[in-house]
Write a protein that binds this ligand. Structure first.
Ligand SMILES: NC(=O)C1=CN([C@@H]2O[C@H](COP(=O)(O)OP(=O)(O)OC[C@H]3O[C@@H](n4cnc5c(N)ncnc54)[C@H](OP(=O)(O)O)[C@@H]3O)[C@@H](O)[C@H]2O)[C@@H](O)CC1
Ligand SMILES: Nc1ncnc2c1ncn2[C@@H]1O[C@H](COP(=O)(O)OP(=O)(O)OP(=O)(O)O)[C@@H](O)[C@H]1O
Ligand SMILES: [Mg+2]
Length: 363
């Protein structure tokens, strides 16, 4: 075989590409670390002065006859995202022997730790409610979504909710979707941050005006949901060769609604900036990981908007929240996979939320 100039040129080209890739990688890692530092800023401090519910009451709109797991995963992950800025000691909270900073007494500290991230409400159909309740006594479950009075029933709770996650396990029944339209309108009127996932994205693809220009919305499409949305909104097929530009375009076309495209790397944009989350996760692709992301994101969106510009240093709060939630889920996936390998399920990942949070945000 002739090994001549063509081979040498190919080698040189490969080296240039490798170098470019590693530079890009190093740059992304640096950017990610800078962004994660800002994410740490938005996490509310743990104090004994706060009351239950003050750091996040999250509502999940979803759960029907077929899907009860998805709203449970979203709600329990919202509940498990812990308060941060715990005592500056290395032990995990479960084994904290006493307050490490002058502050709350041990009993108070343990109460606060065990509260996790306050309260999670699930608004689901009547059939789904007892099932979801039976998964966890910690969730507050409202069997209202298929009632004619669904919208006013949910509206009653809106003044007490800090963020809404719409879509996990919602299904595509027309009556339910019609009710969810009303819930979205009512939530927007109250300026409540909204994370939209799964069948909520199906609804948005049918009616993009529902969310158009609402700057407190974050959409979290997977690969298929992203294509569906892009085709509905941009009316042309997705350019698979440039994920970053595709996500930026969709966000911009929706009036700068934040979009998180989940995948091998998560691509996040508010129509202006584009971030990538390349936190190491795992190759295990069990169902429910996206639900974990949407629930955690509900909490982080609230924290980010609440933190104020001095904490976010001019960055978009929703981009920071998205970067935080994506990193957290991928870290959970990595840790769960280290323990359970191919048998990892989303339940194993939920058990990692606390430890993963500490590794990412409390170091
Ligand atoms: N335990 C529970 O209760 C859970 C309930 N869930 C709930 O289910 C509802 C429907 O949600 P969904 O994600 O299954 O949506 P949908 O549009 O029907 O797509 C399905 C098809 O799309 C494809 N596909 C998917 N991803 C892809 C990818 N990355 N790359 C390529 N293809 C991909 C794939 O097609 P296939 O490979 O089978 O041809 C798949 O079959 C929703 O309410 C959700 O919350 C889930 O949250 C999970 C846990
Ligand atoms: N190829 C991949 N490699 C590593 N991580 C991935 C990959 N694809 C998705 N993820 C991660 O898995 C999580 C869920 O993304 P996924 O695309 O599975 O969502 P989903 O399809 O909506 O999940 P669900 O089953 O909950 O509906 C995200 O945090 C994402 O970063
Ligand atoms: Mg999903």
């Amino acid at each position: 075989m002739a090994v001549g100039p063509a081979w040498a040129a190919a080698g040189a080209c490969r080296r240039v590409l490798q170098r470019a890739f590693s530079l890009h990688k190093a740059h992304s890692v640096k950017n990610m670390e800078t962004t994660l530092q800002l994410v740490r800023n938005i996490i509310p401090p743990l104090t004994s002065k706060k009351h239950k519910g003050q750091d996040g009451r999250i509502g999940i709109v979803g759960g029907c006859q077929e899907y009860t797991g998805a709203p449970y995963f979203a709600a329990i992950s919202a509940l498990k995202v812990p308060f941060s800025q715990l005592p500056s000691c290395s032990e995990p909270p479960a084994v904290v022997q006493g307050p490490c900073r002058a502050g709350p007494a041990l009993s108070q500290l343990l109460v606060l730790v065990s509260q996790g991230a306050d309260l999670s409400h699930v608004f689901c159909t009547q059939e789904a409610a007892p099932v979801i309740k039976s998964y966890s006594p910690e969730l507050i479950v409202h069997p209202v979504l298929d009632r004619p009075s669904a919208v006013p029933n949910v509206e009653e709770w809106l003044p007490r909710l800090h963020a809404l996650v719409v879509g996990p396990g919602l299904g595509r029944d027309d009556t339910l979707l019609e009710n969810v339209k009303g819930i979205l309108e009512a939530s927007k009127a109250r300026d409540i941050p909204i994370v939209i996932d799964a069948d909520g994205l199906w609804l948005v693809a049918q009616h993009p005006a529902l969310i158009q220009g609402y700057r407190k919305a974050v959409l979290t499409p997977n690969h298929v949901e992203f294509s569906r949305l892009s085709e509905a909104v941009l009316r042309d097929p997705v350019d698979g060769s440039d994920h970053r530009e595709a996500v930026r375009r969709l966000s911009q076309a929706l009036g700068n609604v934040t979009v998180v495209q989940k995948g091998e790397r998560d691509v996040i944009s508010d129509g202006e900036q584009v971030l990538e989350c390349a936190q190491e996760g795992s190759s295990r692709r069990c169902g429910g990981q996206g639900d974990l992301l949407s629930g955690a994101l509900g909490v982080l969106v609230h924290w980010a908007l609440h933190a104020g510009p001095e904490k976010t240093n001019g960055s978009s709060p929703l981009l920071l929240a998205a970067m935080g939630a994506c990193s957290l889920v991928r870290q959970c996936s990595r840790q769960a996979f280290q323990k359970h390998g191919r048998s990892t399920t989303t339940t194993d990942m939920i058990a990692e939320v606390g430890p993963a949070f500490r590794i990412l945000f409390e170091t």
